[in-house]
Ligand binder design. Structure first.
Ligand code: FNR
Length: 401
């Protein structure tokens, strides 16, 4: 596509065949076996050993019996149909999103409270993204402030995820700050009108926000601070109470999306859509993109999975809007299948969180390098040399075989 050859070569050097050759060579001739787990299950197990019980309960936790969380990861219904001898030596992984070139069709999904996983929290993840040119979406509920994270990201594409605040002054302040700090799109999460039933947290009686975790944006916000009698540094309990009183709003309807639409010129993505009619409503309400997501199975246990929802949504609005996808992405093959079923770009969640808990910035880099390499190899082995050419033809529905 539009990227100069030289740029692409730099990235190609780190991924795909080059990456696996390096791993084999180091293992065989330099006696350096990799110390970073390759499979997701192994990574999660090793990361868990390094995490506090609080972090493990928070990150791992899905809603209820975790049925949706588990099923999210099952992409097996869709079978890749590889094509041969199509000249795939020069593979183009770049993709255009809202007029900007992204190096890969992979972004970091908003995931709150990363300070529970690493001392540097979102700043460590941001540095990994900057290193590998992977776009980053920052949660409203981050441990570090949006300004700190923007600085760590430099020129790397950066978006801000917005959680509704029932206080308009704080809401406006968040949107203004995000734009001032250089965030280039606003992701509005709509699937959390109330708390989910998360048994891992309920069993322990633990909720991170009550101890002031994930308050990086609130405690630094001038509008939020102006509403407190004492600053959060002096009275954190009162500040947390105030946060809880303005966080979320179960009375919201599609008409309320206008609040965000009118207050920002940035592209707006509606995250947490699972029904084609909701996707249509989002587009009608002025959204520039929608993110198909079950919030990682953390909200409605027993719900349809994100990959089940994707094809119908793509059919309904795929021609009119940009489609993002998350929930259950663990490997490059999953990225490939989601793109084939209509996503334009895919967001990675828990794998990078476990990478962060495992070994900080370098852990996130390892996860990204492995995932992008798997994707690149899958694409090449399937006979496709351009991300834009991964279409529905590339997969078959097992149920129709
Ligand atoms: C999330 N997710 C999330 N989403 C959001 O819009 N704002 C947020 O602050 C968070 N926080 C958060 C914390 C943790 C620990 C997890 C696991 C998830 C949801 C996230 O963006 C994404 O939808 C899921 O992570 C996708 O599921 P998998 O692939 O990670 O299982």
């Amino acid at each position: 596509m539009s990227e100069p050859e030289g740029e692409r070569d730099v990235h190609a050097e780190q991924f795909g065949v080059k990456h696996i050759r390096d791993v084999y060579r180091r293992g065989m001739f330099e006696d350096e076996s990799p110390d970073f787990p390759v499979s997701f299950d192994e990574l999660r197990a090793e990361a868990a050993e390094r995490m506090s019980w609080q972090a493990e309960a928070y990150v791992h936790g899905g809603a209820g019996t975790e049925e949706t969380f588990e099923r999210n990861k099952d992409f097996s219904r869709w079978r890749i149909v590889p094509r041969m001898l199509r000249g795939v030596a020069d593979r183009d992984l770049t993709t255009e999103v809202f007029g900007q070139t992204h190096e890969y069709p992979l972004m970091i999904t908003p995931l709150g409270v990363q300070g529970m996983l690493d001392e540097e929290g979102e700043v460590a993840t941001a540095r990994a993204c900057r290193e590998l040119d992977v776009p980053f979406v920052l949660s409203s509920l981050s441990s570090r402030s949006m300004e700190d994270v923007a600085e760590a990201l430099g020129d790397t594409p950066k978006w801000f995820q917005y959680y509704w605040s029932s206080d308009d002054a704080v809401a406006e302040s968040f949107l203004d700050r995000a734009e001032d700090a250089g965030y280039e799109a606003i992701v509005v999460t709509v699937d959390a009108p109330t708390l989910g039933w998360r048994e891992r947290l309920l069993e322990k009686g633990y909720y991170p926000f009550l101890e002031g975790e994930g308050m990086g944006n609130y405690f630094s916000d001038p509008a939020f601070r102006a509403q407190l009698d004492e600053p959060p540094e002096e009275n954190p309990e009162a500040a947390v109470d105030h946060f809880l009183s303005i966080f979320g709003d179960a009375s919201l309807t599609w008409d309320d999306l206008a609040f965000v639409r009118e207050r920002t010129d940035l592209p707006v993505i509606v995250k947490g859509v699972l029904h084609p009619e909701d996707a249509r409503r989002a587009v009608e309400a002025g959204a520039d993109g929608i993110q198909v997501s079950t919030h990682g199975g953390r909200q409605v246990d027993g719900s349809i999975t994100a990959i089940e929802a994707l094809p119908e949504i793509a059919e309904e609005v795929g021609d009119d809007t940009t489609i993002f996808f998350d929930s259950g992405i663990r490997r490059g093959e999953h990225v490939f299948k989601a793109l084939a079923l209509g996503a334009d770009t895919v967001m990675l969640g828990r794998p990078f969180a476990y990478g962060l808990a495992h070994s900080g910035q370098s852990g996130v880099e390892n996860v990204l390098r492995n995932t992008i390499s798997q994707f690149d190899l899958t694409m090449g082995l399937a006979g496709i040399d351009d991300v834009g050419e991964i279409t529905r033809e590339a997969v078959r529905d097992e149920r129709t075989l």
